[in-house]
Design a protein around this ligand. Sequence first.
Ligand code: SF4
Ligand code: MG
Length: 324
Amino acid sequence: TDTILELQDVKKYFPIKAGLLQRNVGNVKAVDGINLSVRKGETIGLVGESGCGKSTTGRTIIRLYEPTEGKIIFKGQDITHMPESQLRRTIRKDIQMVFQDPFATLNPRKTIRSIIKEPLITHNLYSGKEREEKVRELMDVVGLNSSFINRYPHEFSGGQRQRIGIARALALNPELIIADEPVSALDVSIQAQVINLMEDLQEEFGLTYIFISHDLSVVRHISDRVGVMYLGKMMELAEKEDLYADPLHPYTQALLSAVPVPRKSNSIKRERIVLKGELPSPSNPPVGCVFHTRCPAATDICRQLVPEFKEVKTGHFVACHLYE
Ligand code: SF4
Ligand code: MG
């Protein structure tokens, strides 16, 4: 299979500055060594509690942030430190982001026409009448009636606003869409509609998705593979069926034990695993396995050695000493 995106030991640290002189007193290790290979046309779900680095990973891929270390390869090209002028000619079109709260990212004073048209203007695509047609076409593609073209964001429901956000992301014919909690602000019934739309669009345009969510049920629905993150690190990565049926990492096991099992499903009922303690600060992560302060299976080695992220079954990766 074709790899569209590859992350090699990607790190993103944010310096912590303090005092009058704003001296650097440490780092928030938001993303701390992610390895990931994304196949063209698949959906990778990234899950984890807030603060685990999944959003920062997305924003680093799209180069809203420059990685502190590591490498990002997109379609064979190293974009890790690519300057903005060059990014604009390449990945700014090819990789698009859809955000959680479409209302916050849509300019309230602009009509839907100008919101969807904006990326076309920025990238100098089409002209006059063609541009107008493209906007209507995009509205149609995401299921918005083109008679709404002169309306403002506040005149739309949350689900419709997310459709506008998706239309805008599609305007430049991207290949990869990073969706950061795209349905988390929506009612459950609307969530399903937006997810179904995203699946249809994926099929129609051959899109690759990185789908970021804290909601394991949503991720289970849409993903082909799922990666579980904790404190800036990937704890486990596997095909969806494999991950949900046979979670190997104690953190994944705990997360899944908290998900209500749908009535008709044949999944195994799990006993709820309640994690002790608080999520440690990413500015001062535990040494050894970062999960050891909360892990029910932790032993001495866990407090000293960082477990390697490795393939323990075909396509099933885990970072845990229990599997070494
Ligand atoms: Fe738990 Fe140790 Fe595995 Fe970390 S390495 S998840 S602390 S058993
Ligand atoms: Mg799919």
